[in-house]
Design a binder for this molecule. Structure first.
Ligand code: SF4
Length: 98
């Protein structure tokens, strides 16, 4: 039945706001902030820390690597840096910057 309708594939239901979310990247997300190290600066996802994800603490504009390690440890810092995909599609925790 569906195969006989040539126009069927052309009709897709797009919920309001879904298009913006589907085209969003980590760079536009408020959880994506630069982590400042001694020699380099990398983007990291603060949504890996419950402290920021739950809104208990305000997401800063940038954070030093030393402070991040003090808050969550080295393993989580590596995980947070690996999670950011500047050009890739945003994840389900995406939250646009204000
Ligand atoms: S991984 Fe998700 S929550 Fe983290 S910066 Fe990217 S879109 Fe935002």
């Amino acid at each position: 039945m569906r195969g006989s309708n040539a126009l069927y594939e052309g009709h897709r239901l797009m919920l309001p706001g879904l298009k913006d979310r589907a085209s969003a990247t980590c760079q536009g997300c408020r959880f994506c902030i630069p982590i400042l190290g001694r020699e380099e600066r990398k983007l990291a996802c603060l949504a890996t820390l419950d402290l920021y994800l739950t809104g208990e603490r305000r997401v800063p504009r940038e954070l030093s690597g030393r402070d991040f390690i003090w808050l969550a440890g080295k393993e989580l810092l590596v995980k947070a840096v690996a999670r950011v995909r500047p050009q890739g599609q945003a994840c389900g925790f995406y939250c646009p910057r204000e």
